[in-house]
Design a protein around this ligand. Structure first.
Ligand code: SF4
Length: 221
């Protein structure tokens, strides 16, 4: 990470920029540059990136894009924390798209996605009851999802699963975009989740976090 402190208004607080395999979503397994923005207004019970709540370093958009280009990637994921909590996330996304990268944005679902560049594939959470942050869901976002976006449920137990099934029907989610179901590692058996999805004939994609299978909770992976 650059040691030069970014000046001016076109900057973001960045926790890390790193190159790894995409661990989840539609592009799972593809080499990807991750740009992790610092800060999040939520405190999910299962959060695995608490180190990104604070710290990091101010970087100009130019510095971020230059550092990203060093990896010569095709896929870029902007993540957090909650990236949309910093307003300059929007011009960063736009500039990455202008540079012809395939860009995705991981967001909690608590903040408005309206300003996100239409070329970005948004991977948006709906926070389940066990997260402790269900009340933060900004449900007006659902109507703004595009067919190329993805909606993710992170599930810790059967009650979360049943809640997610209700939301699938209530908002007709599979008709809007791809829906992802993911178990919280160490809390919900992936096998149980797979069996429930099959038993209920759900039109959702199950995923297991690939990077955790490969590298555990190692930072920057
Ligand atoms: S929204 Fe994401 S980064 Fe923020 S507390 Fe929840 S899991 Fe952690």
């Amino acid at each position: 990470m650059s040691s030069t402190r970014a000046q001016g208004q076109d900057r973001l607080r960045i926790s890390e920029v790193f190159y790894s395999l995409q661990g989840e979503s539609r592009t799972v397994g593809w080499p990807t540059v991750f740009i992790r923005l610092t800060g999040c207004p939520l405190r999910c019970n299962y959060c695995d990136t608490e180190y990104a709540f604070q710290g990091g370093e101010w970087m100009s958009l130019e510095q971020i894009i230059s550092q990203t280009a060093d990896f010569n990637p095709h896929y870029i994921t902007v993540t957090g924390g909650e990236p949309l909590a910093q307003k300059n996330c929007l011009p960063l996304l736009e500039q990455l798209c202008d540079a012809a990268y395939a860009v995705s944005l991981e967001t909690s679902g608590a903040l408005d996605i309206a300003g996100v560049d239409a070329r970005v594939s948004i991977v948006m959470d709906l926070k389940t009851p066990s997260s402790g942050e269900e009340s933060k869901n900004y449900y007006l976002n659902i109507a703004k999802l595009k067919p190329s976006d993805q909606l993710k449920f992170v599930l810790a137990d059967r009650a979360d699963y049943d809640w997610a099934c209700l939301k699938l029907n209530e908002y007709d989610l599979p008709q809007r975009c791809e829906v992802l179901f993911s178990p919280v590692q160490g809390q919900l058996s992936a096998t149980d989740l797979a069996d429930w999805i099959l038993a209920d004939r759900l039109p959702v994609r199950m995923q297991i976090q690939l990077h955790k299978l490969l590298w555990g909770d190692e930072k920057g992976r």
